[in-house]
Ligand binder design. Sequence first.
Ligand code: GCV
Length: 714
Amino acid sequence: MKKWIVVIIGIMLFNSVSAENGYDLWLRYKVTDNAVLLQQYRQQITGINCTCSDGKLLAAQQELQQGLTGLLGKNVPLQKLVTNGTVMLGTPAQLPFIKKSVGENTLTGLGDEGYLIRSIRHEGKNIILITGNKEAGILYGAFHFLRLLQMQQPIAQLNISSTPAIKLRLLNHWDNLNRTVERGYAGGSIWDWQRLPGYRDQRYYDYARANASIGINGTVLTNVNANAMILTEPWLQKVAALAAIFRQYNIKVYLTARFSAPVEIGNLKTADPLNEEVRKWWKDKADEIYSIIPDFGGFLVKANSEGQPGPQNYQRTHADGANMLADAVAPHNGIVMWRAFVYSNESPEDRFKQAYNEFKPLDGQFRKNVLVQVKNGPIDFQPREPFHPLFGAMPQTPLMMEYQLTQEYMGFATHLVYEAPLFTEVLNADTHTKPNGSTVAQIIDGTADGHSLSGMAGVSNIGSDINWTGHPFGQANWYTLGRLAWNPALTPAQIANEWIRQTFTNKKAFVDTVQQMMLASREIMVNYMTPLGLHHIMGYGHHYGPAPWYNKAPRADWNPVYFHRADSTGIGFNRTASGSNALAQYQPAVRRQYENIATCPEELLLWFHHVPWDHKMKSGKTLWEEMCEKYYRGVDSVRWMQRSWSRLKNYIDEERFKQIEQLLGIQEQEAVWWRNACLLYFQTFSGKPIPAKYEKPDRTLEYYMELNFPYAPH
Ligand code: GCV
């Protein structure tokens, strides 16, 4: 009895630090608030034994000690001896008994980053073994083990093995050297370039821990709208300081390469990729980089897109440009990620089609160490897009997925939008390019076409805000990227469940409610912003709020009116054969489904069809009525999220509760703004009333059209 009271008081004391600012992310390691389980954990885990000769193992050991000590509410010591309840870390090379105990084949299957967590008998004791062929695997295994405890799972009979499906699991920071972040809504850049390399902020370690905990193994530090200065020696020294910290967590650094760097910092007259001097400049530059950062990952390049220089400035192809850089880094095992996000204002072609038109003919022309990085959809990270037609269309080239974690088009860091449903919707889409399996997931994990190089990247939503992502729920999107890149078969529900339990609490009522909110949140946002396949109708430049009327951009395909094409007959972009025929870029099975208005999923309808206002939808409503219904439902659902959240006050700390409550309040106001502005504007074309059963917009269209936001972040 006395023992129980001590345990319960212990739990209360350890968890009594109530205010939480979100800095600890999902690595909070609070004492287990279930007395029975805590007792069991304390018996099952008594110490840590590690033959730590390597940085990554040391990192694993430190994390385990910190985490277990927190979760068990008592010091978990490092041990030389093995006792019942020892957590033992080591590779088969360090601990020869492992080979016999788990079997050679099991180990081979783990590759370089996989791990095994097993409850075994060793030297007559019951121990928990965390092993992998390489130290990196053990690091990931240690984080998995901690996740089990944070989620209050049983650990009596462990037999877990896991290997990543995707090789390169990367964050892309759009961080500038002056510490601004393009499309960043969570403060400034976390890279304190001015004080690097001398000052190594604790944030860098915590950033690396967080990434390692979800399997992220690379980070591109700089914006794709690149600055050549990062490639100069003093800046490379700063990069090297970060690389030294990240290395211990199995994270490689990558940089964006400005294509015109040979001219800008190399004093050459040209950056032509076929020019010998230029090629030598890049080779020398690569040699220099690797002499400073021996495990440098390679380059990410945005070329001939939105004003960035590229090989086409010299009448060369994207393959010429990528291959030149690939040749420079190849001797060092570096790679090049060449982005397919290209479109030209000189071309009258539907922007949807341009990347495919430029890149498909280049399939087979890229070096082995090049990946082409493709955004999930053909336009630009909209709330909903069909999958990019390049997926499946370049079988000889590894295609890497680019998602956007930062919510450029999804309410910045103000709206609660859980992106996993968007990510998995694309991964699960069938490209129909192969008879036996060619979902987007199978294309990008390399299995469809037999590529060993594979990658998934997320444009980072991280900044200097204390909670890293501005909105506390933005952390879930970062978490999702890592977990999905490790295992694209995970469902949004599984990932949300893991994240909620670790980030907030294991209490069922809280977990269930928040999971429901998260799973619904993406569709809710689609409904109040861009239902039924509307896209790209936001404010010009900063992309804040609705502006479907906007038509003054310097190029047509930056204007909302280009994308929605509303007129008195209907609304939507005709991309069938009678329109831009973008649908021809998909395989026949996909094309046929989408081009037939009767079989096109209604959620994508206005992506592909210009639809009469009176068109009968599946619900029996007209298109106009359905559009009204979606916009109103979107707002109502935000109110539902507000009500749901308000019931959770007693489950978590006040600080985060209030933050989220306030943010939901703004989200509600902005959802109303989107709904009213869009419906009032589209009504000028449909000429139909907003059904009387709905609350009336309380402002006029003119009011919304006059709003302007010169200082919105962008
Ligand atoms: C980094 C969109 C964004 C730009 C971004 C670009 C890209 O156009 O608005 O800020 O530039 O995508 O992905 O390169």
